[in-house]
Ligand binder design. Structure first.
Ligand code: GAL
Length: 459
């Protein structure tokens, strides 16, 4: 299937914005109370794309059986209990035309039971069901879009038992989106059925050099894409990481319970990432407070990649209840340090997840040596540090103690630094547990890279 590039698709939709302008619906925020932590689940696009050839490739085509199989694995292989609970269609589920009443319909050959039945299949297993559509006259792959049918489509989704709606932005004009996305949110809200609302609105506007109105976006969407589609490569993951770091002052404050930046799907377990790079994506998506939407063939994923996706400690960082997105606090010579404030909070001091990310390609691990104070972690009682991938406990580390991590090429070390809770109060002063022996603290002067380490920016 030939798909035009985004710029072409945008231009094709340019004539439609006038139509939207005259509809004149009073718009207000979605206010749906959903997605208090970043959504987690499985999304078809990155791995299965627009494969509609169920005759020659029945195992991998976009069909109801693909989604049912993924749902079964999510339930039976431990994903669901870790929080992955949304199974979502992406593009290419639709028939080429609406039905005689103007309602959307699934491709009858690939979804013979219909969408309501598929949604029911998910609900019976305690899962949520997601759907894909587009705020334009076509989806990106050329299937019917919602423009001109906003109310009827929102109603149809509600009747089908949809829990999550990804609304793309091909074949529409980005200027229209400031009204169009809230308008569809209004209709979703009006159905009375809670549906998580995933938007592509800022991404298309940024692409067209329009400054997104994040105040309106936060009030409308539960999550939104800011940047280009992820592809199956480390290069693509790095571009997303760079975008988030380079634009953090603008985009990080927009994240919070109910409204999240979406750096796109997890590609872990596919073809393009090494084991180290896969851990890096998982760690960075935890730092970003990003939706965890796996797009991988769960039927064939290798156990070591599945273990990354199922790392409970990393998921706990991602799902931290404060919902504060992390920031890049250091970047030099291919080494980055990212910090995300998390719970518990003691006496006004946050705990932190810290990611040491190695972008270097020299064939040996890089040693990074820092003190917590240099990272902005200054609680006098210290922090209990745990490495979230290898499970090593570093014990309690005081702010001025230097500690060291070895970070593999294109890999990451992700640590959780929990502020030590006071165990009692005497004369108004907190007392702290005796720090246990610190087996991994190193000589502060051994480090190669950080002789001139300077703290850059803290929360
Ligand atoms: C893109 C979107 C992808 C996928 C695709 C489907 O615009 O960013 O995530 O949904 O369209 O055609």
């Amino acid at each position: 299937m030939k798909m035009g590039n985004k710029e072409e698709r945008r231009m094709t939709g340019a004539v439609l914005w006038v139509l939207v302008g005259v509809m004149g619906v009073g718009v207000r925020g979605l206010e749906n109370g959903l997605a208090r932590t970043p959504p987690m689940g499985w999304l078809a696009w990155q791995r299965f794309r627009c494969n509609t050839d169920c005759v020659n490739d029945p195992h991998n085509c976009i069909s109801e059986s693909l989604f049912m199989q993924m749902a079964d694995i999510i339930v039976n292989q431990g994903y669901q209990e870790l929080g992955y609970d949304i199974i979502s269609l992406d593009d290419c589920w639709l028939a080429r035309n609406r039905d005689s009443h103007g309602r959307l319909q699934a491709d009858p050959h690939r979804f013979p039971s219909g969408i309501a039945a598929l949604s029911d299949y998910m609900h019976k297993r305690g899962l949520k069901f997601g759907i894909y559509e587009d705020y334009g006259n076509f989806t990106c792959a050329g299937y019917p879009g919602i423009l001109g049918y906003l109310q009827i489509d929102a109603q149809t989704f509600a009747e089908w038992g949809v829990d999550y709606v990804k609304l793309d932005g091909c074949y529409s004009h980005p200027v229209d989106m400031d009204q169009g996305y809230p308008e569809f949110g209004y209709y979703l809200n009006k159905t009375g059925r809670p549906m998580v609302y995933s938007c592509s609105w800022p991404f298309y506007q940024i692409l067209s050099h329009i400054q997104p109105n994040y105040t309106s976006i936060i009030n409308t969407c539960n999550l939104w894409r800011n940047f280009d589609d992820i592809q199956d490569s480390w290069e693509s993951v790095q571009r997303i990481i760079d975008y988030y770091g380079d634009n953090q002052d603008e985009i990080v404050p927009n994240a919070g319970p109910g409204h999240w930046n979406d750096p796109d799907m997890l590609i872990i377990g596919n073809f393009g990432l090494s084991y180290e790079q896969s851990k890096s994506q998982m760690a960075m998506w935890a730092i970003f407070a990003a939706p965890l939407l796996m797009s991988v063939d769960l039927r064939t994923i290798r156990p070591e990649y599945r273990a990354i996706l199922q790392n409970q400690a990393v998921i706990a960082v991602n799902q931290d209840s404060l919902g504060i997105q992390g920031k890049r606090i250091y970047k030099d010579k291919g080494i980055e340090i990212w910090a995300r404030p998390i719970t518990p909070v003691t006496q006004g001091h946050y705990s932190y997840a810290i990611a040491f990310l190695n972008r270097r390609t020299d064939g040996t691990p890089s040693e990074v040596s820092v003190t917590l104070r240099e990272l902005g972690l200054a609680f006098p009682g210290g922090y209990a540090i745990t490495d979230l991938f290898d499970g090593v406990h570093y014990g309690t580390v005081l702010p001025d103690k230097r500690f060291k991590v070895d970070v593999n090429p294109s890999g990451v070390v992700l640590v959780r630094c929990e502020v030590i809770k006071s165990i009692g109060f005497g004369g108004g002063r907190a007392q702290f547990r005796e720090p246990p022996p610190q087996r991994t603290l190193r000589n502060p002067f051994q480090n190669q890279l950080f002789n001139n380490f300077r703290q850059q920016r803290h929360f």
